[in-house]
Design a protein around this ligand. Structure first.
Ligand code: CDP
Ligand code: MG
Length: 893
C-alpha cells in the first residue's frame, strides 16, 4: 500500500529451504557427537541416560568430540501415553529431531545450553524428554523456571495435556498460587519462586534437573539463578548427588553465558535447534507516529482485516491498559455474536483485592497513640519467625501491568471512534494477552477462533518469546516496550515506554512466520529502526543495585562482588549499594577498627540484619523500605505507605510550566498554576504540618482525591495526574498487603480515605522520612559562608560541590528551613531539590548515627548512670560526615 516502503527482509531461509530443513537432521553448532542412529527419535533404542555419575568431567565442546560415547546403561524409560493426535503434532516440532543429541549432552555434561527459535518446542518438549529418560525417578522433580507467570501456568497446562497426565503430576507454582502435589514430577515456576526455594534448601535436593527457560530475557532473577546454579551444580557433584542444569534461550547472544570464565570455567556445550521458519516480509511505515501508536495499531489492524487474506493477527502493545483499550475498540469496530461480553474483563483482580481488603479490615483496628518521644530506630517491624513467604516475583510481570503511560488510552465508551460504523460483515475474534490475565483467559489464545472469524490477539511483550500463538500470519509491531527505569540519583524507579531493540523487533516479526509465510507491519520507519540498540541490555546493568544487593544478602550471598553474574554490575555500583544499606541498618557494618583497605573489602561482604530482611520484602527502593519498617510506631503506617507510594510514582502534578500555544492556553495554564499553588498551600497546612513540606502535600493530595472518589474531574481541576493517582492507589494496596505479611498484628487495611495525621504523627513522619533519606540531607548555607551571591538561599549537600536550591514548586520554597531532606535533585537552570521536608538538627545524630562522626565523649556534663537503661550514658558531640557540620550533643551509651 502507498504509505509503506517495502523492505523485504531476508532474515529467514526461503520456503523450499525451510521445508527441507524441517525434514533433514540438523546439525549442532558446538557439540559434535556421532550422528544419531536411524529409527526416529520417538522410539530410539539408544539409552537415554539417567544422570551421569558424579564427578563426570565437564567437557569443553572441543573435548566433547573426542569423548567416547556415553556408557551404554539401561535406559530408565518412563512410558508416556500420548494421544495419537498429540503425538502427530509433536513430531512436527523441530526439536524432536534433536532429542537424542540433547539427551546425550545432558547425560555427559552437568550444564547444557539449548537454544533455538521461539516455537521450536524447547519449553514444551525438553521437560518431556527428561521425564521419559527417568530424570524424575526416585521422587525427584524436574524443575523449569520462567521469568513470567503467564508462561509458567500456560506451559504446565500444555505439557500435562500433551503427556496425558494430570496437573497433579505436571504442575506450576507462581507467587500467589500453584497446584503442586506430592505426585508432581515436572514443576513449572517463576524464577522468583526457585530463588525462594534456594533460600530454604541451598542444594535444591528435590531436583535432579533444573531448566532455566528464557535465559535470553536476562531478567535479574534469571541472571542470579544462573550464577547460583553454576555453584550448586558443583556442590551437588561433590556430594555425589549430581544436578543437571539446562539453560534454554532464544537465539540471542549466547556468548554471555558461554564466554564467561567466571560463570562457567568450562564452557558448556550449546545445542542449537534449527527451526522451520517461513519468510516474513517486513513493512516499515514511512513516518513514525510520535504519540498515538495505539491508534495507529487500530488503523493497521482494520486495514489488514478488511483487505488481506485469512490468517491470524498479533499486535504488540506495551501494557495491560493499552491492550484492553485496543481490544474494546476493535470489538466495537468488528462485532460478532457468540463472544463473552467485554464487561468481565479485568475485574477478577479487583474483586479478589476487595475481598482481601475486607478480610483485613475485619481484623483489629489499632488505636492511634500519640505521645511524643522521638521515633525509635530500634522499633521496626521484622519478619515473624518462619513467616515472610511472600515471593519476589518476576519483575517482567509488573512492567506490563504498570500503568503510567501518559497517552490517554482509556477511550471510554464513546471516545476515539466517532464516525466509525461497526462492521459486522467482517467478524474479528479479539483476545487480550498479558502476564496477569487469568489463566483460563490466557488459554483462549491457543484455541482456534470461532468459525468464520479471524483471530486477533492484542498482546504485551509476553508474546515475543514466552508464548507461541498458533496460526499467526500478520504481526503489527508498535516498536515500543514498557520498561522500568531506574533513576541513578534517587534509586526511584518508574515505568517508561521506550523503543525495543533490533533483536526484539526481529523476534516479534518472526512470530508471523510460524506456519506459513507472513507479514510484519512496523509502525515506525526503517530509519528509526536502524537507531535501535542491537540487543536489549541486561536488566542488571540498567539500574542501581542496592535493592538487588539486599535481595542477595537475604539469600545469604554475602560476598556479592564475587558472585558469578552473567553480566556483572560495576564494583562502584556494588560498593555504593553496600554503603547505603549499611547506613540504613539493613547490613551489619564492618568493625571500624580495621584498616581502610580491609574495611573496603569487608564492606563488600557484610551480612544482612533482621531489619534488612524485613526491608527485603517490600517491593520499593531500600530507602523507602526503611521508612515503612519504622512506621509501625505511633500509627504512622497508613501515612508512610501513602507517602512512599506517591514518591515511587512521582510527578503527581501535571506539568504546568510547559509553553503555551496560544494566549488562551496561556491564560488557562496560569489559572491552573495559581489553583495548584493554592491547593498545595492548603494541603501542606501550617505549623508542624507545613514542616513535612512536600510530602505533606502528597499526603493531602492523595487524601483529598480519594475523598472526591478519585475522579478524573477532581484531578483535572487540581492539576493532578489522574493516571498517577490510580497508580498510587494500586501501590498502596500492594504495600498494605506486604505490611500485613511482615507485621500481621498491624491488621492494616486500605482505607483510601484517611483521617489526616495528628500533629504529633506529622512529627513522627518527618523523623521517619529523615531516617530513610539520610543520605539526602542538605543544610542551608550560613550567612558567614555567603562568599558570593550564587549561594544566596542555597543549600549544601555532602555529595555535591555546587549549591542546590529548593524548587520553586515546593511549599518550603519560601520557608528555607536550616536542614532538609529531599527526594531527588533535578538539574534545570539550577540544581533543584524536589520532595523537600524539614529536619530538626537535633534529630540528626539520633536518627542518622551512621552518617555522624562522633567526637570523644565530652566531660561536661559528666557521665551519668541511667536507671532505665541500666547503663552509664554520656554526652557526645558529632559532625555530619564528609562536610563536618557541627551537630548538637546527644546522650549515648
Ligand atoms: O519454547 P519454544 O518457544 O521453543 O516452543 P514451545 O513453547 O515449546 O512451543 C512449541 C509449540 O507448541 C508451538 O508451536 C506452539 O504453537 C505449540 N503450543 C500450543 O499449541 N499450545 C500451547 N498451549 C503451547 C504451545
Ligand atoms: Mg519457550
Amino acid at each position: 500500500s502507498e504509505e509503506e516502503s517495502e523492505s523485504s527482509v531476508e532474515s529467514e531461509p526461503d520456503e523450499a529451504e525451510a521445508a527441507e530443513q524441517a525434514e533433514a537432521p540438523t546439525e549442532m553448532v558446538a557439540l559434535r557427537l556421532p550422528p544419531a542412529p536411524p529409527g526416529g527419535a520417538g522410539e530410539s533404542p539408544v539409552p537415554r541416560g539417567p544422570p551421569a555419575p558424579a564427578g563426570t568431567p565437564a567437557g569443553t565442546p572441543a573435548a566433547a568430540s573426542s569423548l567416547p560415547r556415553p556408557p551404554a546403561k539401561p535406559a530408565v524409560f518412563i512410558p508416556v501415553n500420548r494421544s495419537p493426535e498429540m503425538q502427530k503434532e509433536r513430531l512436527k516440532l523441530p526439536i524432536l529431531s534433536e532429542e537424542q543429541v540433547i539427551m546425550e549432552a545432558v547425560a555427559e555434561h552437568p550444564i547444557v545450553i539449548v537454544c533455538g527459535e521461539t516455537g521450536s518446542g524447547k519449553t514444551t518438549q525438553v521437560p518431556q524428554f527428561l521425564y521419559e529418560a527417568g530424570y524424575s525417578s526416585d521422587d525427584s522433580i524436574i524443575g523449569v523456571t520462567e521469568p513470567r507467570r503467564v508462561a509458567a501456568v500456560a506451559m504446565s497446562q500444555r505439557v500435562a495435556k500433551e503427556m496425558n497426565l494430570s496437573q497433579r503430576v505436571v504442575s506450576y507454582q507462581i507467587r500467589y498460587e500453584g497446584n503442586v502435589t506430592e505426585e508432581t514430577r515436572i514443576k513449572f515456576m517463576t524464577d522468583g519462586v526457585l530463588l525462594k526455594e534456594i533460600q530454604k534448601d541451598f542444594l535444591l535436593l528435590k531436583y535432579k534437573v533444573v531448566i532455566i527457560d528464557e535465559a535470553h530475557e536476562r531478567s535479574v532473577y534469571t541472571d542470579i539463578l544462573v550464577g547460583l546454579l553454576s555453584r550448586i551444580v558443583s556442590l551437588r557433584a561433590k556430594k555425589l548427588l549430581p544436578l543437571k542444569l539446562i539453560i534454554m534461550s532464544a537465539t540471542l547472544r549466547v556468548e554471555d553465558f558461554t564466554q564467561n570464565q567466571r560463570l562457567f570455567p568450562e564452557p558448556p556445550p550449546v545445542i542449537k535447534v534449527e527451526s522451520r521458519q517461513f519468510p516474513v516480509t517486513v513493512h516499515f511505515n514511512k513516518r513514525t507516529p510520535l504519540e498515538d501508536y495505539s491508534g495507529e495499531c487500530f488503523r493497521k489492524v482494520c486495514k489488514i482485516h478488511r483487505m488481506l487474506p485469512a490468517g491470524g493477527i498479533l499486535v504488540f502493545l506495551t501494557g495491560q491498559a493499552e491492550v484492553h483499550a485496543l481490544c474494546r475498540r476493535l470489538r466495537r469496530a468488528f462485532p460478532h455474536v457468540g463472544r463473552r461480553p467485554p464487561a468481565q474483563e479485568g475485574q477478577e483482580d479487583s474483586v479478589e483485592k476487595t475481598r482481601k481488603f475486607k478480610k483485613s479490615r475485619a481484623r483489629a483496628r489499632k488505636a492511634q497513640a500519640a505521645t511524643l518521644p522521638p521515633v525509635s530506630l530500634d522499633n521496626y517491624s521484622v519478619l515473624p519467625a518462619g513467616g515472610g513467604d511472600e515471593d519476589r516475583e518476576a519483575e517482567m510481570d509488573e512492567e506490563e501491568e504498570a500503568l503510567g503511560s501518559d497517552l490517554d488510552l482509556d477511550l471510554g465508551d464513546d471516545g476515539g471512534d466517532a464516525g466509525e460504523q461497526p462492521d459486522a460483515s467482517h467478524p474479528l475474534h479479539v483476545l487480550p494477552l498479558y502476564s496477569l490475565l487469568a489463566p483460563e483467559r490466557q488459554a483462549q489464545v491457543f484455541q482456534p477462533p470461532p468459525k468464520g472469524t479471524r483471530l486477533c490477539v492484542v498482546a504485551t511483550n509476553v508474546a515475543e518469546t514466552s508464548l507461541t500463538i498458533p496460526g499467526i500470519k500478520y504481526v503489527v509491531d508498535c516498536g515500543k516496550v514498557k520498561k522500568r527505569h531506574y533513576d541513578r540519583v534517587t534509586g526511584v524507579s518508574s515505568f517508561r515506554i521506550t523503543w525495543v531493540s533490533q533483536a526484539s523487533a526481529d523476534q516479534r516479526a518472526g512470530r508471523a512466520g510460524r506456519t506459513e509465510p507472513g507479514h510484519c507491519y512496523r509502525l515506525y520507519s526503517s530509519a528509526v529502526f536502524s537507531d535501535f540498540e542491537p540487543f536489549p541490555p541486561a536488566e542488571i546493568t540498567r539500574r542501581p543495585v542496592e535493592d538487588l544487593v539486599l535481595q542477595m544478602k537475604a539469600l545469604s550471598i554475602d560476598k556479592v562482588v564475587n558472585f558469578p553474574f552473567p553480566t556483572p554490575p560495576s564494583v562502584e555500583a556494588l560498593l555504593a549499594a553496600e554503603e547505603l544499606l549499611i547506613a540504613l541498618g539493613a547490613l551489619q557494618a564492618p568493625q571500624r577498627t580495621e584498616r581502610m583497605k580491609q574495611l573496603q573489602r569487608s564492606r563488600l561482604s557484610c551480612p544482612i540484619t533482621a531489619l534488612g530482611r524485613t526491608m527485603a520484602t517490600f517491593p520499593v527502593a531500600p530507602r523507602f523500605a526503611k521508612m515503612l519498617a519504622l512506621s509501625r510506631q505511633h500509627g504512622c503506617l497508613p501515612y508512610a505507605i501513602t507517602i512512599v507510594a506517591a514518591m515511587t510514582v512521582r510527578e503527581l502534578f501535571e506539568e504546568l510550566d510547559r509553553p503555551a500555544a496560544s494566549d488562551q492556553e496561556l491564560a488557562v495554564l496560569r489559572g491552573k498554576r495559581a489553583r495548584v499553588a493554592q491547593m498545595k498551600r492548603r494541603w501542606a497546612g501550617q505549623g508542624a504540618s507545613l514542616k513535612l513540606g512536600d510530602l505533606m502535600v502528597l499526603l493531602g493530595a492523595v487524601g483529598a482525591c480519594e475523598y472526591a472518589g478519585c475522579s478524573p474531574q477532581f484531578c483535572e481541576a487540581n492539576g493532578l495526574r489522574y493516571k498517577a493517582m490510580l497508580e498510587i492507589r494500586r501501590l498502596r494496596g500492594q504495600l498494605t498487603t506486604t505490611v500485613n505479611t511482615v507485621c500481621p498484628e498491624a491488621g492494616l487495611f486500605v482505607d483510601p480515605k484517611m483521617e489526616p495525621p495528628s500533629e504529633s504523627q506529622v512529627t513522627y513522619l518527618r523523623q521517619i522520612v529523615t531516617a530513610g533519606l539520610g543520605d539526602h540531607l542538605a543544610r542551608r548555607v550560613q550567612s558567614e559562608d555567603l562568599l558570593d551571591d550564587k549561594w544566596r538561599n542555597a543549600y549544601k549537600t555532602p555529595l555535591l560541590d555546587d549549591p542546590v536550591f529548593i524548587h520553586p514548586s515546593s511549599v518550603l520554597f519560601k520557608e528555607l528551613p536550616d536542614f532538609v531532606v529531599y527526594q531527588e535533585i533535578v538539574e534545570t537552570t539550577k540544581m533543584y531539590m524536589k520532595g523537600v521536608s524539614a529536619v530538626e538538627v537535633s534529630w540528626v545524630p539520633v536518627l542518622l548515627p551512621a552518617y555522624c562522626q562522633f567526637d570523644q565523649p565530652l566531660e561536661e556534663p559528666p557521665p551519668a548512670y541511667c536507671p532505665e537503661k541500666g547503663r552509664v550514658l554520656c554526652h557526645r558531640t558529632s559532625t555530619f560526615y564528609r562536610v563536618g557540620w557541627p551537630l548538637p550533643a546527644v546522650q549515648v551509651d
